[in-house]
Design a protein around this ligand. Structure first.
Ligand code: NAG
Ligand code: NAG
Ligand code: NAG
Length: 416
């Protein structure tokens, strides 16, 4: 029997309950599968008993993982309503879903954390790696999404409401489209502390009600970094605060922001731009005027959106994103490669047509496991990610600022 105060407490707790401790932004109250049942993934197969796909057949599940590794999918994956996917429960190296894209259209009240969604050239042509056409109260946190054949992460349509994308890596949209994604809805989307990298265009392209704070954008191409609505006559109300833009090898003279107009109302503050590709981090604060922001209507009063608990400076955001964005417990070599590109401060990066092209080698699983060319016990990709010299074989014993040797830092990063 429940006593009245307890019933009252439940009602109160439900109203304010966060998707998880620290959930922020428009999608922070997504309930996930809390009122449903549990499902444990025990197989890395594409479908059948114990698979992720099986767990997503019905709404209302909290999904955890007894296995870690690569799930190779053929058909796209669709997230139903009231679903929680807790990728952080998988044993090392975590969960990578490779081979096609996902849809979260209609995934009302869903929570997705700590997985890698890598679509790739074998995925369905002209489809997004992750797409949401409609749906409400959805949060993606610490998810790595790459190799979309249309957009990489796209939210498009005014029935998409109250959505958060936080601490994610959205990178390497495949040519020829090579796009970060559309984020176009009047329903409210928060983008906090994400890394947009190696996309020719749309990092993202924004329309409507949008809260863009503490993101890092690196190596956009000719299409543009942050695209403000295009030629839209629709009204947009956007926060653009504490973001760091860094040009890379694919970035031409295109500035960080493009295609704003007087219908695009933006509160801008504390944004930095490092345009010179000189191999050092030396971004400059962007003055908050319309000229710097591609002709937007720059407003003086912030929009009253549910922001991050702590708004970081652009430099703090950069440090945090490089340390934590994506499915980072632990990171795989693909994300490691992307983070290392940022740390080249303009020297390294490229647009790719295929995940097998150039410096990329598909999922890079072999590289991740094996290659330790100086024999110090730390894989090369992790050394590169940290900006350490792979040179002399003694590097593992160098003591870092943390007080730990590099070897220990590598080991600690596996169990953070
Ligand atoms: C939103 O959903 C309603 C009801 O399902 C539908 O009639 C309308 O066309 C949708 N609007 C958009 C912009 O998708
Ligand atoms: C989105 O969230 C706001 C603020 O919590 C709420 O007022 C609104 O009804 C929500 N929209 C939908 C479609 O649930
Ligand atoms: C990003 O998108 C553009 C445009 O589609 C594409 O040309 C480019 O190759 C992509 N970048 C990467 C790194 O894949």
């Amino acid at each position: 029997m429940l006593f009245p105060p307890f019933i009252f407490f439940l009602a109160f707790a439900n109203a304010a309950q966060l998707a998880f401790p620290g959930a922020e932004g428009f999608g922070r109250n997504a309930r996930g599968g809390r009122e449903g049942s549990s499902y444990v993934v025990t197989s890395l197969a594409d479908d059948g008993p114990g698979t992720l796909r099986e767990g997503l057949k019905e709404p209302g599940k909290i999904i955890t993982f007894k296995v870690g590794g690569i799930i190779r999918i053929k058909a796209r994956i669709v997230i139903p309503k009231s679903t929680t996917i807790l990728g952080q429960t998988a044993p090392s190296p975590g969960i990578t879903v490779y081979g096609n894209g996902w849809s979260a259209s209609g995934a009302d009240d869903s929570i997705v954390r700590y997985i890698r969604i890598r679509m790739g050239k074998v995925g369905t042509d002209k489809k997004d790696a992750m797409g949401i056409a409609h749906g409400k109260n959805i949060i993606f946190d610490h998810v790595s999404i790459s190799w979309g054949r249309d957009e990489t992460f796209s939210i498009n349509g005014n029935n998409a409401t109250n959505i958060t994308i936080s601490n994610c890596i959205i990178g390497q949209g495949l040519e020829s489209h090579s796009a970060g994604g559309l984020i176009q809805t009047n329903g409210g989307v928060s983008l906090f502390r994400n890394l947009y990298i190696d996309n020719k265009t749309r990092n993202p392209k924004v329309k409507g009600k949008n809260d863009y704070r503490n993101n890092v954008v690196y190596n956009w191409g000719g299409g543009g970094g942050y695209i403000a609505g295009g030629d839209s006559e629709g009204q947009s109300q956007c926060m653009i605060v504490g973001n760091y833009f860094i040009s890379g090898p694919s970035t031409g003279s295109t500035s960080a922001f493009t295609r704003g107009n007087e219908n695009f109302h933006a509160f801008t503050q504390g944004n930095y731009y490092d345009a010179d590709k000189d191999g050092t981090l030396n971004g400059k604060a962007m003055a908050d005027d319309s000229k710097n922001f591609a002709g937007m209507n720059v407003v003086k009063i912030p929009f009253p959106y549910p922001g991050p608990d702590k708004v970081l400076t652009a430099k703090e955001a950069l440090d945090t994103v490089l340390r934590e964005a994506g499915a980072s417990k632990p990171r795989d070599a693909v994300d490691g490669r992307m983070v290392a590109e940022v740390r080249s401060w303009g020297k390294v990066g490229q647009l790719i047509k295929s995940e097998d092209e150039g410096p990329m080698a598909g999922l890079m699983v072999e590289m991740e496991k094996m290659v330790d060319s100086n024999g110090d016990g730390i894989p090369d990709w992790y050394q590169r990610e940290r900006g350490w010299d792979v040179g002399d074989g003694k590097g593992g014993m160098v003591v870092e600022r943390s007080g730990y040797t590099r070897l220990e830092e590598w080991a600690n990063s596996l169990v953070e």
